[in-house]
Design a protein around this ligand. Structure first.
Ligand code: XIL
Length: 490
């Protein structure tokens, strides 16, 4: 089990983060490209079937308790009773996670973590407009993410290569970049530059060009103690991304989980000011370093009937959403601001509610730029992809971007042999990514982790679901080829 070491780092400046002209980037990227060839050979030469954990127990009954699963639409890994998997090596959010008792998906699997002092973060002098200002790739052959309302992207060339030509198209990120998209991953700091698990860094920097903090930018880390901000773990992710020419999306400012007990215990009259202060401090700290923020996360109930009964909704009503977006815009005017949710990928009551929420925000002039669709999918009951396409197009028609924010595709329930499960997973990864690849306004697709060795799914559903593109030994599973094909339009 990983515990965030809260390493102190001073190399956190993201100068030229948004210009794509970071002096060292070309070197890093060329180095990565050279390495990528070697690694790919090694990785794809391995047998996924041999390497994957094939003796795991079948999926637990919790999967069936999710309303989203029952609806046969998009799965939500939100069992009524969270699975505690003592064998999991995935790091839990090391947060004192006092959940709203009203949340149907509340989990009690988070543990306390030691606090750590804020060691300071990157300077704010690299602030630059990360939205809608990059015209450097105008005229490119592919979708021009920058000029059509997508957040400004480092590395877009749209000409079959990344801007410095360094990401091979037989990598997931390189393939994504051929048409101006990005391939992201949620990461844990303990695995970045890990000496004991160097393949994590190798695979990450080879196949991905966008990072999301799995929990290090949530309240439980950033303000575990009232008034004491801790940006060090997030800084570590930002610094790593800078060194490797990767984008970073902030995740997440306003959620019903990963909240320290002091937040859920706040007096009603304090909640608004505390929320404002958190957003100002956290967004302000990384101003100019993150191209986007998941501002509000999972605010709609699973049945789509209304707002989740979070501490925010209880005390501020639905107005907490508009308030949060406005606060985020004020703190970093250049950041692309996103509403993120699960179970809203296809057409159903929840996605209808998400659609009406973001439509109304947009019409009211609230600064919202995009919608994140999580794509935690049960491979045995995936969302109807034709409906996903329709949903994407109606969101895009509002003038918003979309991104696939937390993809993992569980295959324990898929019938057949291990090879058949993985083949089905390849098809699903391909077909999901193809929906993004076909839409210039789909900024990126991110997996929630990279390897089956470290996945939150183990904690949610138990081991054996094999949800991510790389197996427990970091060998590329068939899904990797599926993703690459999809980005390349194959
Ligand atoms: C999860 C992390 O993966 C866990 O480590 C943590 O304990 C809880 O949160 N939707 C989200 C993510 O938006 O923030 C969640 O991440 C997964 C579901």
């Amino acid at each position: 089990m990983f515990v965030d070491p809260v390493q102190e780092r001073s190399d956190t400046t993201l100068r030229d983060r948004n210009s794509g002209s970071e002096p060292s980037r070309g070197f890093n990227m060329r180095w990565a490209a050279a390495l990528a060839g070697l690694v790919l050979t090694a990785l794809t030469g391995c047998s996924s079937e041999e390497d994957a954990p094939g003796d795991a127990a079948p999926t637990d009954a919790n999967a069936e308790s999710s309303p989203a699963v029952d609806s046969g639409v998009v799965d939500s890994p939100r069992p009524e009773t969270g699975t505690k998997d003592g064998q999991s090596e995935a790091a839990p959010d090391p947060t004192v996670d006092a959940q709203s008792e009203a949340a149907p998906d509340a989990r009690g699997d988070d543990v306390g973590r030691p606090d750590a002092a804020d060691v300071g973060g990157p300077s704010a002098d690299a602030a630059a407009d990360t939205r809608d200002t990059d015209t450097s790739d105008a005229g490119s052959s592919g979708p021009d993410a920058a000029s059509d309302g997508n957040p400004r992207d480092a590395g877009d060339a749209g000409d079959g290569q990344s801007s410095d030509g360094a990401r091979p198209i037989d990598t997931m990120a390189g393939a994504a970049l051929t048409r101006g998209h990005h391939m992201g991953a949620a990461v844990q700091t303990a695995l970045l530059d890990s000496a004991t698990e160097p393949l994590f860094t190798t695979v990450l920097t080879t196949h991905y060009d966008l990072l999301v903090a799995e929990y290090q930018m949530k309240w439980g880390t950033t303000q575990a103690t009232r008034g004491v901000f801790n940006f060090a773990p997030g800084d570590q992710i930002v610094a790593f991304a800078s060194r490797h020419g990767m984008l970073v999306k902030g995740h997440t400012l306003v959620w019903h989980q990963s909240l320290p007990a002091w937040v859920t215990a706040l007096a009603a009259a304090e909640v608004g000011a505390v929320l404002d202060a958190q957003i100002a401090a956290v967004v302000g700290h990384w101003k100019g370093k993150l191209f986007a923020w998941d501002v509000v996360n999972e605010a709609i109930t699973d049945d789509g009937a209304g707002y989740r009964n979070s501490v925010w909704f209880q005390h501020l009503g639905a107005a907490f959403i508009e308030r949060s977006f406005r606060a985020a815009r004020a703190a970093d005017p250049a950041a692309h601001l996103i509403y993120n949710d699960y179970g809203a990928e296809a057409l159903n009551a929840k996605s209808n509610r998400v659609y009406s929420l973001v439509r109304d925000l947009k019409n009211a002039g609230v600064p919202i730029d995009g919608v994140g669709l999580q794509f935690h999918v049960n491979g045995a009951a995936p969302p109807p992809l034709a409906d996903v396409a329709t949903n994407l197009d109606r969101l895009i028609a509002l003038g918003l971007t979309v991104n696939f924010s937390e993809i993992d595709i569980r295959v324990a329930d898929v019938p057949g042999t291990q090879a058949e499960k993985l083949a089905r997973q390849r098809t699903l990864y391909h077909d999901v990514i193809a929906l993004c690849a076909a839409r210039p306004k789909c900024h990126s697709a991110s997996t929630w982790g990279i390897t089956d060795k470290h996945t939150w799914i183990d904690m949610q559903y138990g081991a054996g679901h094999m949800p991510l593109p790389f197996d427990v030994n970091y060998a590329a599973k068939p899904a990797v080829a599926g993703v690459i094909d999809a980005w390349l339009g194959k």
